[in-house]
Design a protein around this ligand. Structure first.
Ligand SMILES: NC(=O)c1ccc[n+]([C@@H]2O[C@H](COP(=O)([O-])OP(=O)(O)OC[C@H]3O[C@@H](n4cnc5c(N)ncnc54)[C@H](OP(=O)(O)O)[C@@H]3O)[C@@H](O)[C@H]2O)c1
Length: 256
């Protein structure tokens, strides 16, 4: 594979960093010159990473091209480029459908979408790809895992999960804030919460046959403090509010 990136920003940088952290990894990578600083840093860090003169030069020097510009400028950027029939195009542009991208990269026969997250730099967090594609699946599989989906509906529904990170940390912050308010030292509160939530994050892997509802029930010992908190949050409509927000984010993602 000769890999190219059109748009060298935060996400491209994270993918290249993850890729080049793999032992013995020598895939040649060509990146577009913008962002200048990020491109220069990647090229200085990795001998197999080169900066192309412009976006067209990226395409001319690669067979697999990842599109990683912001959605607002995607049409303008892609309209100027000449894709070859043998180009394997993977769009990382979150809010533009595969069909729309396929129309913009005419001639390229293979066009798919992928949704990696920035933690890919540390080889963490699976990438969703659509449609299933063995080459792209192997690529992202090595960088934190891959979930292959058949159609845009599945892709969009899974994408909504990525809207929940900030709320997750706000939840932890609420716990942390309260604990510190009781006079516990900052570092002890943070260390304890981090340690416990890391352990909880392992629970689905240690009990692969249990769904999340069962895991919740397992912890909600009858008459215990977990049951109390779950009941109180449920009675206040907390989880319905989460579902409502997921629905609204989904509508936004799908443009409905
Ligand atoms: N970040 C994420 O967590 C994430 C997750 C999933 C999907 N995505 C998608 O990935 C894409 C890139 O996101 P990002 O976070 O990497 O954004 P970003 O950091 O803003 O990177 C985009 C890069 O494109 C460059 N650029 C601007 N005009 C260009 C042009 N004409 N030709 C080539 N490059 C140009 C920008 O350079 P300048 O700085 O010089 O303007 C910028 O560095 C977006 O479409 C986003 O929807 C991002």
């Amino acid at each position: 594979m000769k890999l190219g990136f059109v748009g060298t920003g935060a996400l491209s940088s994270a993918i290249v960093t993850g890729l080049k952290s793999l032992p013995g990894e020598t895939t040649p990578v060509v990146i577009s010159p913008r962002n200048e600083e990020i491109a220069a840093e990647l090229a200085a860090r990795y001998p197999d990473v080169r900066i192309a003169a412009d976006n067209q030069a990226v395409l001319d020097q690669c067979d697999t091209v990842m599109l990683a510009v912001r959605p607002q400028i995607a049409h303008e950027v892609l309209r100027e480029l000449r894709f070859r029939k043998d180009h394997h195009v993977v769009s990382l542009i979150a809010t533009i459908s595969r069909e729309e991208i396929a129309g913009l990269v005419a001639l390229a026969a293979q066009v798919g979408k992928a949704l990696p997250m920035l933690m890919i730099a540390r080889l963490q967090g699976a990438t969703i790809i659509c449609p299933p594609d063995p080459i792209v699946a192997v690529f992202f599989g090595r960088l934190g895992g891959v979930i292959e989906v058949e159609d845009q509906n599945e892709f969009d529904a899974l994408s909504v999960v990525t809207a929940t990170y900030a709320s997750y940390f706000r939840y932890l912050d609420t716990i942390d804030d309260w604990v510190r308010g009781q006079g516990v030292a900052d570092e002890k509160s943070r260390a304890y919460i981090t340690s416990i939530y890391k352990a909880l994050a392992n629970a689905p892997d240690t009990a692969p046959d249990e769904d999340f509802m069962h895991l919740s029930q397992n912890y909600a010992t009858r008459g215990g403090i977990n049951e109390q908190m779950l009941r109180e949050l449920t009675e206040r409509g907390t989880f319905e509010a989460v579902t409502d927000s997921l629905r609204r984010v989904h509508r936004r993602i799908t443009g409905q």
